[in-house]
Structure formats: structure tokens, C-alpha cells
Design a protein around this ligand. Structure first.
Ligand code: COA
Length: 260
């Protein structure tokens, strides 16, 4: 499918999805949300894709938020539809069943921060800036920001970022547990590629099981989470990948996982 606002590239088993509106700092308008939803559904269905990198075009921004020009004219019902579409997209990324890495070269604000938080891992340039500036527009986050920020960084950080609307730098985001790695901008691609290759080479069914257990566990009691884990663990014993992984260890060779 031809996209107007995205670029899609494959490198081995890694698919990179790039939001491509650099003149608007990759802001998410309705069309871009729709295209991202389709692009992630395609990545989910394609067995050749084992890991996804999500990024924004240019060096200045990952995504600078929902498109303010478009939102300015929304009725409450249109706003409700926009929020729901954004939330559905974020949830579909989170539940993709394959690891998704956000590559963050610059601004990840508002909807951009929400998009980054829906990814499983985040790698940021030291120049990146994060924030939920919606309050400065007389708004509140609408793509899951209040909820995912709360879960990722706790109530204190969620309230500080959402109530002040002030951006924070990559290092502070790292200290809050919002990003996994902060690197010099020249090292961003190499770091993301190495990480994505590592994720793509891992046993895919095990990766899906880990994503499922961690994500479901985050919403459950410890007992329920432990039960998800036990069920996922037992299910792995039905896979060829588990025989391959344990067999390769015993035979002192590198495992080749096929996802079966
Ligand atoms: N929605 C729509 N357009 C946006 C946008 C957004 N969220 N963020 C940036 N843009 C557009 C600007 O309007 C500008 O377009 P123009 O050249 O047609 O005027 C272009 O992207 C470049 O942005 P600009 O503001 O000139 O760059 P800057 O370097 O001076 O500032 C930011 C960068 C990120 C600080 C600033 O663009 C900003 O505050 N953006 C909005 C962030 C925000 O509130 N996001 C949450 C939305 S809910």
C-alpha cells in the first residue's frame, strides 16, 4: 500500500515505520493516525517481520504531537473520534505481539510522547525532548498519556509533566524510566539497529509470550500475573523454537528460531 504520510522500509526481519511530515514536525493528523493503524496491522500480520522500529522523519522530531491545526476546528464528537482512534492505535502497537522500538531523534511531545510510550522500548538521542504540553492548549492528553505515563513513571511524574506541560530532556526521561537508552545523535541509528536486530533474532513466540505476560501483568494482581506467566511458560513447551533453543544450548551451537 502507498502511504502519503509514512515511509516503510525493511532491513532483514526489522520493519521501520517512519512518520513522514517533517515540515510539520511529524504531527499526527487523522490521515497519519489511520495510516499508522494500517501499517501496524500489516506488520502484525507479516510473519517475515520480527521487530518494528517506529520513528519520525528528520532530525528535529520524533512526533511533535497531535495536529493542532486540525484539532482547532474539531467538534466534541470529532474530538472523541480522534481520541478513540489515537487510543486504538496506541493499544494496537502495545499489543502487536512483536517488539516495537521507538527511535527518538528529537521532540516527542503530546501525541508523540504517547506514541513513544505505546512502544515497548525507547531509544532517544541526547537532543530529544519529552513532554505532555496539552495543558498549554487548554487540553488534556487524549491518546493515553495520562494513563501510560502514570504506569511507566508513576503518579508524581505523570502529574508533574501533565500539569506543568513543561518539556524534559532525554537524561531526565531516562532517570524517570521513560526511555531505555540515551545516546549521542550520531550513535542513534547504530544503537537502534543493533537492538532491533537482537530483538528480531530472538524466538518470536517467546517474545510474544513475554510481551503478553508483562503487559497483562501490569494490569493484574501479582497472583494473576504469576498465573499468566505459568500459562505462557507451559505454552512454550508446545513450540519447535523451545526444542531448538534448549537443543542448541546442549549442542553448543547458535539457535535458529523459526517462530513455530
Ligand atoms: N501540530 C501541528 N503543527 C505542528 C505541531 C503540531 N503539534 N508541531 C509543530 N507543528 C508545525 C508548526 O506549526 C510549524 O508549521 P509552519 O512552518 O507551517 O508554521 C512547523 O511544524 C515547525 O514548527 P515550529 O513551531 O516552527 O518549530 P520550532 O522549532 O520553533 O518549535 C516545537 C518546535 C516542538 C517547540 C513547537 O513546534 C511546538 O510547540 N509544537 C507543538 C507541541 C505541542 O503542543 N504538542 C502537543 C499537541 S496536543
Amino acid at each position: 500500500m502507498a502511504y502519503r504520510n509514512l515511509e516503510i522500509a525493511n532491513r532483514g526481519a526489522v520493519r521501520t515505520i517512519t512518520v513522514n511530515r517533517p515540515d510539520k514536525l511529524n504531527a499526527l493528523n487523522r490521515d497519519t493516525l489511520n495510516e499508522l493503524t494500517i501499517a501496524f496491522a500489516q506488520a502484525a500480520q507479516d510473519d517475515a517481520v520480527r521487530a518494528v522500529v517506529l520513528t519520525g522523519a528528520g532530525e528535529k522530531a520524533f512526533v511533535a504531537g497531535a495536529d493542532i491545526a486540525e484539532m482547532n476546528g474539531y467538534t466534541p464528537m470529532q474530538a472523541q473520534g480522534f481520541s478513540r482512534a489515537g487510543q486504538r492505535l496506541m493499544t494496537s502497537i502495545e499489543r502487536l505481539g512483536k517488539p516495537v522500538v521507538a527511535r527518538i531523534p528529537g521532540f516527542a511531545l503530546g501525541g508523540g510522547m504517547e506514541l513513544a510510550m505505546a512502544c515497548h522500548l525507547r531509544v532517544a538521542s541526547e537532543k530529544a525532548k519529552f513532554g505532555q504540553p496539552e495543558i498549554n492548549l487548554g487540553l488534556i492528553p487524549g491518546f493515553g498519556g495520562t494513563q501510560r505515563l502514570l504506569r511507566l513513571a508513576g503518579r508524581s511524574a505523570a502529574l508533574e509533566l501533565c500539569l506543568t506541560g513543561a518539556p524534559i530532556g532525554a537524561q531526565r526521561a531516562y532517570e524517570l524510566g521513560l526511555v531505555n537508552r540515551v545516546v549521542a545523535s550520531e550513535a542513534l541509528d547504530e544503537t537502534v539497529n543493533v537492538l532491533a536486530d537482537q530483538l528480531a533474532a530472538a524466538a518470536p513466540l517467546a517474545a510474544a509470550g513475554i510481551l503478553d505476560a508483562v503487559l497483562q501483568g501490569g494490569e493484574a494482581s501479582l497472583d494473576q500475573g504469576l498465573e499468566f506467566e505459568t500459562q505462557g511458560f507451559a505454552l512454550m513447551f508446545s513450540t519447535q523454537d523451545m526444542r531448538e533453543g534448549t537443543g542448541a544450548f546442549l549442542e553448543k551451537r547458535k539457535a535458529a528460531f523459526k517462530g513455530d
